[in-house]
Design a protein around this ligand. Structure first.
Ligand SMILES: Nc1ncnc2c1ncn2[C@@H]1O[C@H](COP(=O)(O)OP(=O)(O)OP(=O)(O)O)[C@@H](O)[C@H]1O
Ligand SMILES: [Mg+2]
Length: 334
């Protein structure tokens, strides 16, 4: 697999704070890479470095094999959709999408076709004559996306492209982006701080913390084999215990982690019971519930109980018995 973007030991400081700290990352051709991390961890700065809107203090960025040091943003084969994007308020939706294409010298029937294709891509083809203030927040966001797509860049950098969308529209836009990627052969680098969005869409996810990349891997690998407890915590619900306090102790040191869906909970003890406890709380999620169990040794255990298991739902105060295979336990560094 060829890498279309190579970020080589890049650091970026703003005064005393280091926004991007010695990041090395290869982004592959046609890949959908998600940058995931808490607010302030450096996601936008990393995108801006790729786009050429910031210069690294050290390290270098290569696009298509070429060192981009000194190459201005407009000369890079990337297009960025900003976290707080702006549409031209006095132009129609279609003119907003056409604007960048005209600058590239595209006109006439070719221009019309490209605008139509981009608007269809985000299901806005019927709203081309509206002005931005006649659109919902989600629709405006999709115009901004269409404006980026219309230029058919080699690499599309999207900073929280779905932040303004409601859940339903967000899921549909996720599917559209994935379809577009398959159809157009564009490399996507997408910033999000929603782990389920990253998991649903990305080929690989780079988990960032304080300017550094903790792990970059396909979603399943991050979920099943997180590099450390911080990555595990970012990816779904998990029990993290000090190895010394964990029931059934196969691990000598560090942190023991187990996903709530790997634990089986019963009202009766069995020969394979690992520990017993009392249901402290139940959070109903629809298809399942998360039960918080306090064990006799004082540990809190999260257990995911599917709603279709037949028996009446667990309620706080019930005595319960927990079991899980030793293989479900992961030993992690902090
Ligand atoms: N132009 C700037 N001047 C000074 N500090 C900056 C500048 N841009 C970013 N920072 C700082 O760099 C760090 C990383 O910022 P960045 O915008 O990359 O975070 P982020 O991961 O995109 O966060 P969010 O999810 O909130 O958008 C933050 O501490 C931020 O305050
Ligand atoms: Mg940001």
């Amino acid at each position: 697999m060829t890498s279309v973007i190579r970020i080589a030991a890049v650091s970026k400081r703003f005064g005393p704070s280091t926004a991007v700290d010695d990041v090395t990352l290869d982004i592959r051709e046609n890949e959908f890479l998600a940058l995931l991390g808490a607010s302030g961890c450096g996601k936008t700065t990393l995108l801006r470095l790729i786009a050429g809107l910031e210069q690294p203090d050290s390290g270098a960025i290569f696009i298509g094999g070429d060192n981009m040091t000194g190459t201005p943003p407009y000369a890079r084969p990337v297009n960025m959709m900003f976290q707080s994007y702006a549409l031209f308020p006095h132009m129609t939706v279609a003119d907003n999408v056409a604007f960048g294409l005209k600058q590239d010298g595209i006109s006439g029937a070719a221009l019309t076709a490209r605008v139509k294709e981009a608007l269809e891509g985000v299901e806005l083809e019927t709203l081309g004559t509206r002005k931005p203030d006649q659109l919902s927040g989600g629709q405006r966001q999709r115009v901004a996306l269409a404006r980026c797509l219309a230029k058919r860049p080699k690499v599309l950098l999207l900073d929280e492209p779905m932040a303004a969308l409601d859940k339903h529209l967000r899921e549909r836009t996720q599917l559209e982006l994935m379809a577009l990627r398959a159809r157009l052969g564009i490399t996507f680098v997408v910033v999000t701080h929603d782990q389920s969005e990253a998991m649903a869409m990305a080929d690989r996810v780079a988990v960032m913390e304080e300017g550094r990349i903790l792990q970059v891997a396909p979603p399943r690998e991050l979920y099943e084999r997180p590099a450390n407890a911080r990555v595990a915590r970012f990816f779904g619900d998990i029990n993290l215990w000090d190895a010394a306090a964990a029931p059934r102790r196969p691990h000598p040191a560090g942190i023991v982690a187990i996903r709530p869906e790997r634990i089986h909970m019963s009202r009766t003890p069995g020969s394979d019971t690992v520990c017993e406890g009392t249901v402290a709380d139940v959070a109903y999620l629809g298809t399942a519930s998360t039960c918080f169990v306090t064990t006799t040794t004082g540990l809190t255990v999260r257990v995911l109980v599917r709603s279709d298991e037949g028996a009446p739902p667990f309620t706080p105060g019930e005595r319960v018995y927990l079991t899980w295979p030793a293989s479900a336990m992961m030993a992690l560094d902090p």
